[in-house]
Ligand binder design. Structure first.
Ligand SMILES: Cc1cc2nc3c(=O)[nH]c(=O)nc-3n(C[C@H](O)[C@H](O)[C@H](O)COP(=O)(O)O)c2cc1C
Length: 186
């Protein structure tokens, strides 16, 4: 069970990464809204380095599913929307390396995940996919890095999951702040 030491907004409290995702389609208006939330993330120099490839029809979903690790395909193949999250790692205005590209792209995914909650949807990010193959399949240039694939959909039925995943189908806990925050004060 999740316990909160401080009061925070409900969208954050309600977000988690389930694996039981229903194959019911997601309305296009909801897909564009979660992308809109990602759009308004802050970024270094307002570079907006995030890029998204959205798969929501059978052909495009099949193509993206093929990139997933088998352990993710087991549950993520039912998701009606898969989003490949990419980071463009150069600054457009001067062509120099953008050290913050992945930081900003992560923020945009975070925003996206919260807007999904707001719309009664769930998201689950996956690092378990073949990044090299993704670059080839989508003809990515060398400055555009595949970061994650996000499954988006409505919450499904945990009973449909294989047993070992069913047992892990609950919101996970967190470290206490003492573990990751240093107050550099008296
Ligand atoms: C970048 C990233 C990569 C992840 N990769 C996977 C993955 O390949 N497979 C998986 O089942 N979950 C994956 N997750 C989900 C995490 O395990 C999950 O977010 C974490 O355990 C915290 O749980 P919560 O999101 O339910 O709060 C990933 C999450 C992130 C942000």
């Amino acid at each position: 069970m999740r316990l909160y030491d401080h009061e925070i907004i409900n969208l954050i409290k309600e977000r988690w990464s389930p694996r039981a995702i229903s194959s019911d389609p997601v309305d296009k208006k909801d897909i564009v809204a979660v992308l809109e939330a990602a759009r308004f993330a802050p970024s270094c120099f307002n570079e907006q380095p995030w890029r998204f490839i959205v798969a929501n029809d059978e052909k495009s979903l099949k193509k993206m599913r093929n990139l997933l690790a088998t352990s993710n395909q087991v549950w993520a193949n039912s998701a009606p929307v898969l989003i490949l999250v990419l980071a463009f790692n150069k600054f457009a205005y001067n062509g120099k390396d953008n050290f913050w590209a992945k930081f900003d792209t992560g923020t945009s995914w975070g925003f996206m995940s919260l807007e999904a909650v707001n719309r009664g949807l769930v998201t689950h990010a996956m690092g378990g996919f073949n990044r090299k193959e993704a670059a080839a399949v989508y003809s990515l240039d060398e400055n555009t890095e595949p970061i994650a694939i996000v499954a988006l959909g409505k919450y499904g039925n945990a009973q449909d999951l294989p047993e070992e995943l069913r047992e892990r189908e609950y919101p996970s806990e967190r470290n206490s702040q003492e573990k990751f925050v240093v107050w550099d004060t008296e």
